[in-house]
Ligand binder design. Structure first.
Ligand code: ZN
Length: 532
């Protein structure tokens, strides 16, 4: 807001206190030649300022012109002369202004000036925003709640504020354009709201039979400030127990300070047809109605009723589900001679239950699928390129050449040149005897020395022998892995019926607490005795 004050001012006030600014003037025509004698015609025209000649006005205050007086003093006394005031004082703008006072009379002119300084000595202000709910977790940076700096002259100068944090106190400082500095402080409110502590009730893996209603065992949630907040827990995720598969539930608890924590549980819905077949109690020769009849003459004695279900021992899941409880036993499912047209189906089933297995592959027209197998965490290992006994077992060189070819192919599809292998026919095969005596003994030794790890197996699904149905494969495997802490199971993913047994094997194994692992160089190898 600019305000110009231009004053033309005439004054005929009585003689007041003389200040500076008096100018002595003489009529040149009557000026005496000698200063020692004062001419009777000498006149003195003086301008006298009212108030200070050099004055400070605070910005924002109104400048009131104090005025000046002028007198012409001569031999006949004093004569008041009007004063003309010229100048501009903008009290809305800091600076120094000069006002000139001029008196004229009968050819004489006298002037005086006044300096007016418009100054800003008022301090700027800083207003802090204080959020009563805000706090800073110890060790975490302070999150600014907000501030604003204003100045009477500069307006909003928030962007000129500097903040310095020291020992939990923030000092905000701002300086206005006139150099006035203001500081204020804020003490950081440190508080640790913590996070709720969640604990699963039951196991982190829960098994449910397809079609059963899943009863969530839930969690407990305790907060150090709020206490038990189990009631505030909510769950993200959903179990569709009509569809077999692996589901993840995330339980989330939030405390009164809006700090959340979560814990997850895996729920595996197992297909009913995988569970029922072997879990139905064996049929008794007596019909149910007959047993209810108290006078049934054919009621069997107790010793005649089998009290133990036949093999397998337990493949039942109680209504509502049950926790998965590890039995400490590991199953390594292995599949030889693929990939084939059935490998995709196998990978799909394994993906549903997140089970990892191992493939010993030979060259085939389905090599693409091993890329997926490797990406999904399965082990892809070598089983020779041709799997042709009368080539690979004729000499060590022939074997190495063939093995090298399949390793190169595997590396091409999986970006990993495997050092894991399985001999066609296993290390105990005798067919190699037809082509080269002692070759298995030499190969097993040499390959091990070269850093390869070869695997045989200790459980045979017999899918390359007598087993011809998924049921037979299932029985051979589940029978084989019982009473073994670790089982390397031989299957062939070239056989569809063998692939079809896998989901049942998984279901049975999970219900009975087994875990599945893919083979690594540290896994048990279960070497067979070498016969050639
Ligand atoms: Zn094979």
């Amino acid at each position: 807001m600019k305000k110009f004050l231009i004053i033309f001012f005439s004054c005929l006030l009585a003689l007041s206190v003389l200040t500076t600014g008096a100018i002595w003037l003489y009529n040149r025509q009557t000026k005496p030649s000698s200063p020692s004698t004062q001419s009777p015609f000498a006149y003195q025209l003086t301008v006298s300022l009212n108030g200070e000649q050099d004055t400070k006005i605070e910005y924002g205050e109104v400048y009131r012109e104090p005025g000046a007086t002028a007198q012409l003093i001569g031999g006949y006394g004093a004569l008041d002369v009007p004063v003309e005031i010229q100048g501009e004082v903008d009290s809305a703008k800091i600076g120094t202004y000069i006002v000139t006072y001029t008196a004229k009379s009968t050819g004489f002119t006298a002037t005086a000036t006044r300096k007016i300084h418009i100054v800003d000595t008022q301090l700027p202000k800083i207003t802090l925003t204080v959020d009563p709910y805000a706090y800073t977790i110890p060790g975490q940076p302070y999150k600014e709640e907000g501030f604003r700096a204003t100045d009477n002259y500069d307006g909003d100068i928030t962007d000129r504020v500097t903040c310095v944090e020291e020992n939990g106190v923030i000092t905000y400082t701002v300086t206005d354009s006139s150099g006035n500095t203001f500081s204020t402080k804020r003490t950081i409110h440190y508080f640790d709201p913590g996070r709720p502590n969640l604990k699963l009730t039951g196991s982190n893996i829960h098994l449910v039979a397809q079609g059963d209603h899943f009863v969530d065992p839930w969690v407990t949630a305790v907060d150090k400030n709020d206490g038990d907040i189990t009631n505030s827990v909510y769950v993200e995720g959903h179990v569709d127990s009509s569809v077999p598969g692996r589901y993840t539930l995330q339980y989330i608890a939030t405390n009164s300070h809006n700090c959340a924590n979560s814990i997850t549980r895996t729920v595996i819905v197992l297909p009913m047809d995988c569970l029922i077949k072997e879990t139905e109690p064996p049929q008794t020769p007596t019909s149910p109605t007959a047993t209810k009849a108290p006078i049934a003459p054919t009621k069997p004695t107790e010793t005649e009723i089998p009290t133990e279900p036949t093999y397998p021992k337990n493949c039942m899941i109680p209504e509502g589900g049950m926790p998965y409880e590890e039995n400490g036993k590991t199953i390594y499912l292995t599949f030889d001679d693929g990939p084939s047209q059935h490998t995709k189906k196998l990978l799909d089933v394994l993906a549903v239950y997140d089970v990892k297995v191992s493939f010993f592959v030979k060259n085939s027209s389905y090599m693409d699928i091993i890329t997926r197998a490797a990406q999904e965490g399965h082990t892809v290992a070598a089983h020779t390129y041709t799997h042709d006994y009368n080539k690979i077992y004729t000499s060590e060189d022939a074997f190495y050449k063939d093995m090298s070819a399949i390793r190169t192919t595997i590396a091409m599809y999986t970006q990993n040149a495997t050092s894991l292998l399985r001999f066609p026919g296993g290390s105990s095969n005798t067919i190699s005897m037809l082509y080269n005596r002692g070759i298995m003994t030499r190969l097993a030794k040499a390959l091990t020395e070269m850093g390869y790890t070869y695997f045989d197996w200790n459980v045979d699904s017999n899918d390359a022998g007598g087993a011809k149905t998924p049921d037979e494969v299932f029985k051979n495997i589940t029978k084989g892995v019982q009473n073994r802490d670790a089982s390397v199971v031989l299957q062939h993913d070239t056989k569809e019926f063998s692939v079809d047994a896998v989901e049942r094997v998984i279901a049975w194994a999970l219900v009975n607490g087994y875990r599945f692992e893919p083979l690594t160089e540290d896994s048990p190898t279960f070497h067979h005795p070498i016969n050639n």
